[in-house]
Design a protein. Structure first.
Length: 480
């Protein structure tokens, strides 16, 4: 397992990462609140943690990556009211759209997307514990966290509770002891989805969902909590206060990772400001790899400013340099024979390929510095363009060596994935094995089995067509 350093927002320092239980790493990321279509700011957070998990797995860690879904929330209820839609139905619709966008964007690393509404028993139990331990109080059907009982509240963000101006964002609520006390359980309001509780019908507050889920999945402490920088206060402060008070264990997480916000001309991208660029639209226009490249060509903690008509256009142009080089070499590799093994590649270039891969891993081992990794990919491309012998003179082994840095990019950054011929031929061999089994089923008139194989292949995105005795196949199908 590679050693790596990671910046922690709570200690405001970059430290060597040590897993709580090697080689496992628990990664919890605040995921979507499915009240609107995703914009490119959401994509930045998702791609950041996708790349983190991919790198950690490459280095031998066993990552359990969780992104919760806040499928019950004020904004969701408000939007449902505006559109006359049941908020839970509205949520499901946006969750499905989110998964579609994540598939297109190549965000493949998340193990589990728990929905808040599936954890109501855990939420109720954690609130009960907080009341019993004196950290929370019930008032008029709601339950609040008493932040005066948790003196280190504010340590993560450096914001103190008294800095919260009463009435600024939180409307006064009868029964609350202090304006900054936050809600754990909200008493039912007519027309809203509600659940039964010891304090009467109501619904969970936002912050309690995360810690009810994380304590359930990871226990009292875990390795990394991630999210957008805008969640640091009050959301993540509240999480620390809830979990540490409920479990008695501290710290809740060893590393807090916060992703710099995506802004448009310096302003946070948000529905309420009206400066939103849809994630799907950006993917439609530029393709998923250019969108990933745009995010990753900056350090994850930096703010990233999006300039309409310029940012993704420039990313597309820069990315083309890399993708053309990778594409040329992959095409040559697809047709090269293995026979020309030998000294067809200058040793210096072969060594440089290996040291570039090492430099790429090292860039990521320094607080996931993807921008430095991309710089190393450009250096490698320049070097290839200057020193590469004619591609058709190279053996498949040599081509594989010089593809190394690009294959690294595909594995870790999820860019330059291409459509490698080698993968397709491996898939083809596997499909042929399955089709032979289906042909045997048909030969013995077991048409039910033959149909089952056909529909399971279709579900996997492989369409087969019987043409007389022959069966052809292709990638596709109604859902792809
Ligand atoms: Zn959260």
């Amino acid at each position: 397992m590679r050693r790596f350093e990671l910046y922690d927002t709570l200690s405001r320092s970059t430290r060597l990462f040590v897993p709580l239980v090697p080689p496992k790493i628990g990664l919890f990321v605040c995921g979507l609140t499915p009240y609107a279509d995703a914009h490119i700011g959401h994509g930045k957070v998702a791609v950041t943690f996708d790349v983190v998990a991919r790198a950690l797995r490459r280095w031998g860690y066993r990552v359990f990556s969780v992104q919760n879904v806040t499928n019950i929330d004020d904004r969701l209820i408000a939007r449902g009211g505006e559109t006359g839609t049941d908020p839970l139905v509205l949520a499901d619709r946006h969750i499905a759209a989110w998964h579609g966008a994540m598939d297109r964007l190549g965000v493949t690393s998340v193990n589990y997307y728990p929905h808040a509404t599936d954890y109501v028993p855990e939420i109720l139990a954690q609130i009960q514990t907080l009341i019993e331990k004196g950290f929370a109080y019930a008032a008029m059907g709601s339950v609040y966290y008493d932040i005066a009982k948790f003196p280190s509240y504010g340590a993560l963000s450096g914001q103190k509770a008294d800095a919260l101006r009463p009435g600024a964002r939180v409307p006064p609520e009868p029964g609350k002891r202090a304006p900054a006390d936050f809600v754990l359980w909200k008493a039912a309001t007519p027309g809203e989805p509600t659940w039964e509780s010891p304090w009467g019908p109501g619904r969970p507050g936002w912050h309690i969902e995360d810690t009810a889920i994380s304590v359930r999945l990871f226990g009292a402490r875990y390795d990394i909590h991630g999210g957008g920088l805008d969640l640091k206060f009050p959301h993540h402060e509240a999480e620390i206060a809830q979990a540490e008070a409920a479990t008695g264990a501290s710290p809740l997480v060893n590393f807090w990772m916060h992703v710099g916000l995506l802004t448009m001309k310096g302003e946070k991208m948000s529905k309420s400001v009206g400066n939103v660029v849809g994630l799907e639209e950006a993917i439609d226009e530029f393709g998923p790899e250019v969108v990933r490249f745009f995010y990753l060509n900056a350090h994850y903690r930096s703010p990233l400013d999006y300039v309409p008509g310029r940012s993704l256009e420039e990313s597309a142009e820069a990315f083309r340099t890399l993708s053309q080089s990778a594409g040329r070499i992959r095409a040559a590799a697809a047709s090269a024979g293995p026979e020309r093994v030998g000294d067809d590649l200058p040793a210096e270039l072969a060594n440089a390929a290996a040291s570039t891969v090492e430099a790429l891993d090292e860039a990521m081992a320094q607080d996931f510095h993807s921008r430095e990794a991309i710089a190393a990919l450009f250096q490698w491309t320049t070097r290839l363009n200057e020193n590469l012998p004619a591609l058709d003179s190279l053996s498949s082994e040599s081509l594989a060596a010089i593809l190394g840095p690009y294959e690294w990019a595909a594995e870790v950054l999820g860019i330059l994935v291409g459509a490698p011929a080698a993968d397709h031929s491996t898939l083809g061999a596997a499909v042929e094995v399955i089709l032979a089994a289906r042909a045997r089923a048909r030969a013995r008139s077991d048409f039910a089995e033959a149909d089952r194989i056909r529909s399971e292949l279709a579900e996997a995105g492989i369409v087969i067509e019987d043409d007389g005795a022959a069966t052809r196949w292709h990638l596709g199908g109604p859902d792809r």
